[in-house]
Design a protein around this ligand. Structure first.
Ligand code: NAP
Length: 303
């Protein structure tokens, strides 16, 4: 057991099942946990629950917000909270500059407010080490959704994976493992070359319009409107689209519905399909991240 977080006071604010698995892991490493928004969860041993976010900010070394972050009004997603938790100006002003604010996804308004106030904001959703590990439950969840939405087996299906990034590679490789005929769609020659090496068929995005018609299942990971009206016109009406890209996804869902194509936007899969694993992934990454940012803060204060 590592005691790397001994003596460090961490506020865990809101979230979902993932935080219920994350908290004991942080405690095992010696962290003292202050919880905000867990009134409706089963009691968590050793956690000091406080009533409001404002109560927490003054007594901790680190603030941990959930992967989803906040909505546009600053409300924190908090499945077990008895009342809304809002990350507003009053709270931000109360955060000491030595305290890093760690959050999955930060909205532009939060980014600019923290920058103006000199608060150290750490956005974790784009960290390679987290995104790659999270791609495992994401890929499993996406394939599970496809299984539920289709009337064919994944084995032998013509499955297209749009975007070969951290998530796309995992989806493609898992599909291949189940026996799908995988087509990887990318724009970088090196990604297409790697896809060939891995035994996938390949299509460059510039040729997708001519090829998409043979897809039975389409997994999109590109966070831009790829499956627009023109592209959807070419998609088989009985194909299924599972769109993993961050909200609003990369599909014109309204038009897909008009055409009778089943298209599913599937955000936040790790927390939905495998909260325990997803919580453990956070627990694997966050202790080092916390230590790194606390050290940076101390170094900045001393210099
Ligand atoms: P990533 O590693 O950056 O991969 C994104 C891929 O999209 C890259 O291969 C990129 O290609 C490609 N791409 C971006 N813009 C493009 C464009 N205009 N045209 C063609 N290709 C384009 O990101 P990731 O970590 O895989 O995440 C992908 C998306 O899934 C994000 O929106 C992320 O938030 C979301 N996500 C969702 C879940 C879930 O549970 N639903 C889980 C994990 C991630 P280039 O390298 O050529 O730019």
């Amino acid at each position: 057991m590592s005691a790397g977080l001994k003596g460090i006071r961490v506020a865990v604010i809101g979230g979902d099942e993932r935080e219920l698995y994350l908290i004991p892991e942080l405690q095992k490493q010696g962290a003292y946990i202050v919880g905000v928004g867990f009134e409706n969860a089963s009691p968590i041993p050793g956690v000091t629950l406080v009533q409001s976010l404002l109560d927490a900010v003054g007594q901790v070394d680190v603030l941990l917000f959930p992967m989803f972050g906040t909505d546009e009004r600053g409300a924190v997603k908090a499945k077990y909270s008895a009342s809304p938790i809002v990350l507003n100006k009053e709270v931000l002003q109360a955060i000491p500059t030595r305290v890093p604010l760690i959050i999955g996804f930060a909205r532009p308004a939060l980014k600019s407010a923290t920058e103006k106030m000199g608060i150290q904001l750490v956005e974790t959703i784009y960290l390679d080490e987290l995104a790659i590990l999270n791609s495992i439950p994401s890929a499993e969840g996406a394939i599970q959704m496809a299984m539920e939405a289709t009337n064919i087996t994944i084995h032998g299906s013509e499955s297209f994976v749009l975007g070969l990034g951290r998530t796309g590679w995992s989806v493609a490789r898992m599909l291949q493992g189940i026996g799908a005929h995988v087509t990887g769609v990318a724009r970088k020659p090196q990604d297409l070359a790697r896809a060939v090496e891995m035994g996938f068929r390949t299509v460059h995005f510039s040729d997708l319009e001519e090829e998409i018609g043979r897809a039975e299942i389409i997994f999109n990971t590109v966070p831009h409107l790829i499956l627009d009206r023109v592209m959807l016109e070419k998609v088989a009406r009985d194909a299924v689209i599972v769109d993993l890209a961050s909200i609003p996804g990369g599909t014109d869902f309204e038009f897909a519905q008009l055409l009778g194509i089943k298209a599913i936007l599937a955000p936040g899969l790790p927390g939905i399909v495998a909260p325990k694993s997803a919580g453990r992934i956070l627990a694997q990454i966050y202790p080092q991240l916390i230590l790194r940012h606390l050290t940076t803060m101390i170094a900045n204060v001393q210099s």
